[in-house]
Design a protein around this ligand. Structure first.
Ligand SMILES: N[C@@H](CCC(=O)N[C@@H](CS)C(=O)NCC(=O)O)C(=O)O
Length: 219
């Protein structure tokens, strides 16, 4: 199988973590795709141009990190990331959706920063910065939920991949005032699957305006 990724994509990182957690390294070839590039050859492989994208052994391609993770998890017929049974399933869904919601906002923020300085929208940057603050506050209280502290699951993986975007977005500073979240993240980030998939540090991806004294500085 081939898994198309970009090194900085948090969605692709979720799938890469699952590959490692499930010991699928020998079955899944990880390939860096050229996204967001006019006429990228990658569009011939995946017309949407998005990552992650998994080409199965039968040649069929799958999009969406959640779908790809479920497929990878079921390959050995011993899934470990399926939803828990009973009422806990709704809690697992709720938490995973909250984590994905935070990631979606951070992905918009990081995309905006990648645009040329004169094309960035200060409104979008501010909106996403504020959303990230609210989501960090929310997660500081949710992080003690038994599902966030128990067996490794997709809500945990998704949240950790979202928080890990601090390496890509200089002005994302979710740590101050969130000691429980910091401690939780420290444990997850130490897992080999997370250490091996850490996004490249983009210390210049500040959303501060040019020549600002705070450019590149962490709050
Ligand atoms: N809902 C999708 C989101 C995938 C996504 O937005 N990937 C971004 C990278 S973080 C991408 O491929 N962007 C390239 C583009 O928009 O052309 C998933 O969970 O897999």
């Amino acid at each position: 199988m081939k898994l198309y990724i970009t090194p900085g994509s948090p969605y692709a990182r979720i799938a890469r973590v699952v590959v490692l957690e499930k010991g699928l390294e020998s079955r899944v070839e990880i390939i860096a795709a050229q996204t967001r590039l006019a006429d990228s050859p990658y569009y011939g492989i995946n017309p949407s141009g998005r990552v992650p994208y998994l080409i199965r052994d039968d040649g069929v391609g799958l999009e969406e990190s959640a779908v790809i993770c479920a497929y990878l998890d079921h390959l050995d017929s011993k899934p470990v990331f399926d939803l828990p049974t009973g009422g806990q399933a709704w809690e697992a869904r709720r938490l995973e959706a909250l984590a994905r919601s935070m990631m979606d906002g951070l992905a918009v923020w990081s995309r905006e920063i990648l645009r040329p300085q004169n094309e960035r929208s200060p409104t979008v940057l501010q909106h996403e910065a504020h959303r990230s603050e609210r989501m960090a506050d929310l997660w500081e209280s949710e992080i003690d939920h038994p599902l966030m502290r128990g067996a490794f699951n997709l809500a945990q993986i998704t949240l950790a991949c979202a928080l890990g975007l601090e390496a890509r977005i200089t002005d994302l500073n979710w740590r101050p005032g969130h000691p429980k979240l910091c401690d939780w993240f420290g444990h997850i980030a130490a897992r080999p699957s997370f250490a091996a998939t850490a996004p490249p540090n983009a210390s210049l991806m500040s959303s501060a305006p040019p020549n600002s004294a705070s450019q590149g500085a962490r709050k």
